[in-house]
Design a protein around this ligand. Structure first.
Ligand SMILES: O=C(O)CCC(=O)C(=O)O
Ligand SMILES: [Fe+2]
Length: 182
């Protein structure tokens, strides 16, 4: 048996001003407390994520600049940013596949990381294979649709990890999420 291809690309040090980006996100964002495992926020087109609905919200210019940066690496633009705030190593994300419902199937999903390094663990759908990537401050990871079909991913608990924020960028087709708000 061989592991399915893990179609991801990792880039270190992609942001010119990562420390200021982190400071901005910590202080200027209205974080949502509806999820138990971590806090979230959504910018751009409306989004239904993990059973929660997020209304449309203009991207602040600092986030729009990071989206533009991610677009340079991905080769296409992004119109939603779902931010995750992990206050300590006890904040986690369980294994899941990112849904491509409403997304351009040819687009990538980008994860920009700020703050403490956390590991993104990938597990093949048949659970036979496991691999992980350290997501460092200022890094960018691109994942394709193919990756979501063959692997799940998650951010496990990490003893004594410091604060981390991830910005996940998605490209919804026609600027609309799968289930537009009424
Ligand atoms: O925080 C991370 O790096 C993982 C984010 C993620 O997988 C997601 O938002 O779907
Ligand atoms: Fe994900």
């Amino acid at each position: 048996m061989t592991a399915p291809p893990l179609d991801v690309r990792y880039f270190a040090d992609t942001l010119p001003d990562a420390d200021a980006d982190l400071a901005f996100l910590l202080t200027e964002v209205a974080w949502d407390d509806r999820m138990r495992a971590r806090r979230t926020a959504s910018f751009g087109v409306p989004y239904n994520y993990s059973d929660q609905h997020y209304d449309p919200l203009d991207m602040p210019s600092r986030i729009a600049m990071i989206a533009a940066r991610a677009a340079e690496y991905a080769g296409h633009s992004f119109n939603n940013c779902l931010a995750n705030r992990y206050e300590t190593g006890d904040n986690t994300m369980g294994f899941h596949k990112d849904s491509y419902e409403g997304l351009d199937p040819a687009s990538a999903i980008a994860i920009v990381s700020l703050g403490a390094t956390r590991h993104l663990v990938f597990r093949s759908i048949d659970r036979a294979y496991r691999t992980e990537l350290a997501l460092e401050h200022g890094s960018l990871l691109l994942m394709t649709h193919k990756t979501q079909r063959a692997w799940t991913h998650g951010v496990p608990r990490t003893a004594s990890a410091g604060r981390r924020i991830s910005l996940t960028f998605r490209c919804f087709e026609a600027g609309e999420s799968a289930e537009p708000s009424m």
